[in-house]
Design a binder for this molecule. Structure first.
Ligand SMILES: Cc1cc2nc3c(=O)[nH]c(=O)nc-3n(C[C@H](O)[C@H](O)[C@H](O)COP(=O)(O)OP(=O)(O)OC[C@H]3O[C@@H](n4cnc5c(N)ncnc54)[C@H](O)[C@@H]3O)c2cc1C
Length: 375
């Protein structure tokens, strides 16, 4: 049996580990990645911005790990076509036949149509190569702007500030972390962050960038900010272009059932590329879980992915931020505010059961509350 996996990230490698448990001696696992690095802990790329950690420090499995397990790892080999009628995938170098195929080729940063976005020193952060380019430019920079005050944007800004850059975060919504917090929590977080070393501007509509070759200005609807480098962190999109000419069912991601199986029975998808029950999680833990399910099912086991309750736990400038479960954005449930001053704690309830919570700052009973919601 030939198992082919596109993507050597969280989903791809966790699938390979499951297949290893069940495979026969003459089965072969091959993994393809367009990156030069083997499997690394992508979320920790952000820490590499502060200069405290190198990419080499965040590698989870090196090439030897794959070799020792008989997995054929193809670095810097981009897959460009899926031919499902002949059960073949193609790269620019060769064609490969599969019995079972897993698409675990992740996502890319979404960049809104800003003017001047092609100028030098404007970046997104997705992979180790982006990181090296950012760090090289940051060495010569004094000021940075980060467009997007979401989870990733705040972490990026915090680490750029740690690297010594005067950093400003711009969020188009009226408050920070609009996907994870409510207005009150977002505003409290902004206050707390501003007491540390970061500037934050909310309701900031970025129009574009200006400069000669390199960016030197970020243009807002009603203002301008000087900057030597700019980071754009405005969401992700699944890498569906690889599958666009195939017969797979695609919406925002590749549609899969709870076995992570696509509409083609021998093609599976997991991680940021997969859309399960209309959801693309875009985070690490469900990517691992989906990869495990895909790998197990591909290699003959019976299991399923039953969904995931997102927990976002973040520390920005030492400030504790938690957002878990249902956040009641539509106002469908009751909510109760437990703390409302230097710390903010809101619990969302469906009848007697706690189904979501938002915390900004310290909350003594945090672990107990989170355990109740996860049940
Ligand atoms: C900077 C950063 C910080 C993050 N922080 C957090 C965090 O704190 N917590 C959290 O839960 N999540 C975080 N995430 C999200 C998390 O990393 C992703 O959800 C997770 O890595 C998705 O795993 P995946 O295996 O689906 O895809 P990926 O990890 O994106 O791996 C897919 C791989 O496939 C490769 N690929 C794509 N197309 C092809 C092709 N055609 N041929 C060959 N290879 C291809 C890609 O280059 C990539 O190496 C962060 C992401 C980033 C970028």
């Amino acid at each position: 049996m030939d198992y082919l996996i596109v993507g050597a990230g969280a989903a791809g490698v966790s699938a390979a580990k499951e297949i290893l448990k069940n495979k026969n001696d003459d089965d072969q696992i091959s993994i393809f990645t367009d990156e030069a690095y083997p499997f690394y802990y992508r979320p920790r790329l952000i820490e590499c911005l502060s200069g405290e950690v190198e990419v080499e420090d965040i590698i989870i499995h090196d090439q030897k790990w794959f070799r020792d397990r008989g997995i054929s790892l193809h670095l810097e080999e981009k897959i460009v076509e899926i031919d499902s009628s002949n059960k073949v995938i193609k790269s620019e170098k060769a064609s490969y036949k599969y019995d079972k195929l897993l698409l675990a080729n992740g996502s890319h940063p979404f960049v809104p149509p800003f003017s001047g976005v092609e100028l030098d020193n404007i970046f997104t952060l997705k992979n180790a190569e982006d990181l090296k380019n950012i760090n090289q430019a940051a060495k010569k920079a004094k000021t940075a702007v980060v467009v997007g005050g979401g989870l990733l944007g705040l972490e990026i800004a915090y680490n750029l500030a740690k690297a010594g850059l005067k950093t400003t975060v711009l969020e188009v919504a009226p408050y920070l972390l609009p996907m994870q917090l409510d207005k009150k929590a977002g505003k409290l977080l902004k206050q707390k962050i501003e007491n540390e070393n970061l500037d934050v501007i909310c309701s900031a509509k970025t129009v574009g960038f200006a400069g000669l070759n390199k960016v030197n200005k970020l243009i807002l609807e009603n203002d301008q900010l000087s900057c030597d480098i700019a980071l754009i962190s405005t969401g992700i999109r699944s890498n569906i272009s690889l599958a666009e000419d195939s017969d797979l069912e695609i919406n925002r991601g590749i549609k899969v059932d709870k076995q992570m199986q696509s509409c083609e029975k021998d093609i599976f998808a997991a991680g940021d590329i997969a859309e399960h029950n209309d959801k693309i999680y875009g985070i690490w833990p469900p990517s691992i879980q989906q990869g495990q399910v895909a790998g197990a099912v591909m290699s003959g086991q019976e299991t399923s992915f039953e969904g995931y309750i997102p927990t976002h736990k973040l520390k920005v400038a030492g400030i504790n931020v938690v957002s878990i479960g249902e956040l009641n954005k539509e106002g469908d449930y009751q909510s109760e505010v437990l703390l409302d001053d230097d710390s903010y704690v809101k619990v969302i309830k469906d009848g007697d059961s706690k189904i979501g919570a938002i915390i900004v700052g310290h909350y003594e009973a945090e672990n107990e509350l989170l355990a109740e919601i996860k049940r």
